[in-house]
Design a protein around this ligand. Structure first.
Ligand SMILES: Nc1nc2c(ncn2[C@@H]2O[C@H](COP(=O)(O)OP(=O)(O)OP(=O)(O)O)[C@@H](O)[C@H]2O)c(=O)[nH]1
Ligand SMILES: [Mg+2]
Length: 399
């Protein structure tokens, strides 16, 4: 079954914990705890062989590997394996309905979540300020995201029209496609692709499910159909002249309205209006190309029009590899009376230290003082004696 949309929950690998250990060198104790390995990243990688998203189980939860722990004797932990999710070219990544990536190139890849950093062991934490650390970092926790992957087919030509206009009959006439034909609406429920017969340049044609009025708002299979036009170079509007509800002109304007409401950039895709079922018309329509898939009238003319159009390659409207980088560490500060309650990833990472209790607290205070939290709290009007809350740690504020 053709699958062009799936939801997934993905997580990067957690960073491995660092270690606290000491070696005795010439009767002097030296920190020697290794650092944890970085967790694996979540990467989307285009694989040109893939026809759709059916190889990924929808609603599954996929995780990259965690980094290994650091150990005594300067031994660093192993890095976690990346989670690589292969997708077809033309896959878009959505998070909360916002598009984060649109993978157009055969070799494009998108790092959705960077693997979490491993915690530093006490060897790596040696500094002028603290030459003999008795602490290590725990490694940053894994990050999880719910994403939607949406795949839009590539085709040179897409045939759009109302249900029952004869789109599947036309693709059968023009290509090797075995699209199903039926005397009822919505015979086609997923796109059919074929290659134009006897053509030197490989022109691909896509037959889409029918569009109804309101398609751009989701009526019928509306938006699931319209999204496939994003990667097409040319549109044939196939008109059904015997449709009871819409005459030829209102059919064209309804279809165009739906396309352009869905994506105004669709206005720049070249088009051809073709009237099918001319065998049912007493007089041919003068304005547009008339064909009949039933008795093959006009099919030759249509093919030569297509060949003329594709003498030169036409552009796609979306061809850039587009991506948004996800924001990294978040923080929130809430002021309740004389308390400043800090939360978010920045805080979790700041207090994620273990070892000798006093040393841990010293380290957290120093990190807090250097951080944006301390600056913001001061700007929020904190005065000496106010309480700062970092996770489950509370201390007094001092300027
Ligand atoms: N008279 C006549 N009937 C046609 C012609 N072309 C197609 N048909 C008939 O119209 C009906 C619908 O054809 P399909 O090709 O399944 O139409 P479709 O646009 O793919 O329909 P959906 O997939 O439901 O959107 C079938 O009964 C066809 O035999 C034509 O040129 N003349
Ligand atoms: Mg059909």
């Amino acid at each position: 079954m053709f699958v062009d949309e799936i939801k997934l929950s993905v997580s990067s690998g957690a960073g491995g914990p660092g270690s606290v250990s000491f070696n005795n060198l010439n009767s002097k104790t030296k920190p020697s705890g290794g650092s944890g390995g970085d967790g694996g990243s979540v990467i989307l990688q285009v694989n040109k062989e893939l026809p759709d998203l059916s190889h990924i189980m929808s609603n599954s939860s996929l995780k990259a590997e965690n980094g290994g722990p650091g150990n005594k004797n300067f031994q660093n932990g192993t890095s976690g394996e990346n989670l690589i999710i292969e997708v077809p070219k033309g896959t878009q990544v959505f998070i909360d309905n916002e598009m984060y990536a649109d993978l157009h190139d055969y070799n494009s890849s998108y790092e959705l979540i960077t693997g979490s950093k491993g915690g530093r062991g006490n060897y790596e934490l040696i500094s002028k300020r603290n030459p003999n650390p008795q602490i290590c970092e725990q490694g940053i926790k894994r990050k999880s995201l719910d994403v939607k992957l949406s795949y839009s087919l590539y085709s040179d030509i897409s045939i759009v029209g109302l249900p029952n206009a004869g789109k599947s009959t036309l693709i059968q006439k023009l290509t090797n496609s075995k699209a199903k034909i039926g005397d009822y609406e919505f015979t086609t429920t997923s796109p059919n692709i074929g290659v134009l017969n006897n053509s030197e340049s490989l022109v691909t044609i896509c037959d889409l499910p029918g569009l109804l009025e309101g398609a751009s708002d989701g009526v019928g299979m509306g938006r699931r159909v319209l999204k496939h036009l994003r990667n097409t170079k040319f549109i044939i509007y196939l008109i059904d002249p015997i449709n009871e509800k819409f005459n030829i002109n209102s059919q064209i304007s309804m279809l165009e309205d739906e396309l352009f409401k869905f994506d105004e950039n669709y206005q720049s895709i070249k088009k051809l209006v073709v009237i099918n079922k001319s065998d049912k018309l007493s007089t041919p329509n003068e304005e547009y190309l008339n064909i009949s898939c039933l008795n093959e009238h006009g099919i030759d003319k249509l093919v030569s029009r297509i060949q003329d159009v594709f003498q030169d390659d036409l552009p796609l409207i979306y061809s850039d590899f587009h991506k948004i980088v996800l924001e990294q560490e978040d923080y929130f500060i809430e002021k309740i009376e004389n308390q400043f309650i800090c939360s978010g990833e920045l805080v979790t990472n700041m207090i994620n230290i273990s070892g000798n209790k006093d040393s841990v607290l010293d380290e957290i205070f120093i990190r807090f003082e250097k951080s944006i939290l301390s600056r913001e709290i001061s700007e929020m009007g904190a005065i000496d004696g106010d309480t700062i809350v970092l996770g489950n740690l509370e201390f007094e504020y001092k300027q």
